[in-house]
Design a protein around this ligand. Structure first.
Ligand code: COA
Length: 175
């Protein structure tokens, strides 16, 4: 179903392609991501790099990227968890994005399954949570099909100019 693509954790050398896909995601889908395009662009390159280094502190924080055979980054998903004993059995997924020309081929499904497999096998994570806009029917349906359930609804989770976006908080138990 998915063409010749490989999935692997992003590393320091992937910083520039990450910035590119992040820009595209924030520009195209402002209503689905917590980060704001103008805010992100206003950060210094050093600050962007420092944030990126925190995101790729494998295995506690990581970003899985989907790459074409030519090495183009065409999809991503982030994962984060805490080392504190009482909450280290939980993780969060963020930043799922697939470049438009690669959509509808099962890539998001593969990225989510890969993130769940990695979190479970490497960190023994027991549950993964995420937040999705109540208006984002494609993603909401996808998460439901992959076994996530809603455990809460946050009203006015984001404010974009004078409009509010509500979010479902979802969880999938891995054991
Ligand atoms: C949501 C997104 C990641 C899906 O990526 P994708 O690679 O096309 O997803 P898949 O091919 O794995 O499709 C998964 C399912 O969702 C459905 N789907 C995907 N995009 C859809 C859309 N725009 N409208 C309706 N259904 C859609 C597919 O039909 C498929 O259904 P199936 O399992 O019954 O066949 C992609 O559209 C995207 O990047 N959107 C913008 C960012 C976003 O919304 N991110 C999620 C934030 S929570």
């Amino acid at each position: 179903m998915v063409p010749e693509l490989s999935i692997r954790p992003l590393e320091i050398v992937d910083f520039s392609p990450f910035l590119e896909i992040q820009r595209e995601a924030l520009l195209q889908s402002p209503e689905v991501f917590g980060s704001d395009y103008e805010w992100f662009e206003s950060l210094s390159i050093l600050s962007k790099e420092q944030r990126y280094e925190k995101y790729i502190n494998f295995p506690y924080q990581f970003i899985l990227g989907a790459f074409t055979q030519e090495g183009e980054l065409v999809g991503m998903i982030g994962f984060t968890s805490e080392s504190q004993p009482k909450i280290r059995h939980k993780g969060q997924v963020w930043g799922l994005f697939v470049r438009p020309q690669f959509r509808g081929k099962g890539l998001a499904t593969l990225l989510i399954q890969s993130v769940l497999d990695t979190a479970h096998s490497v960190l023994d994570i027991e549950q993964v949570q995420l937040a999705v806009s109540t208006q984002n029917e494609a993603s909401y349906g996808l998460y439901l099909r992959l076994g996530f359930t809603v455990f809460g609804t946050e009203l006015h989770a984001m404010k974009i100019d004078s409009s509010y976006v509500d979010e479902y908080h979802m969880v999938k138990f891995l054991k």
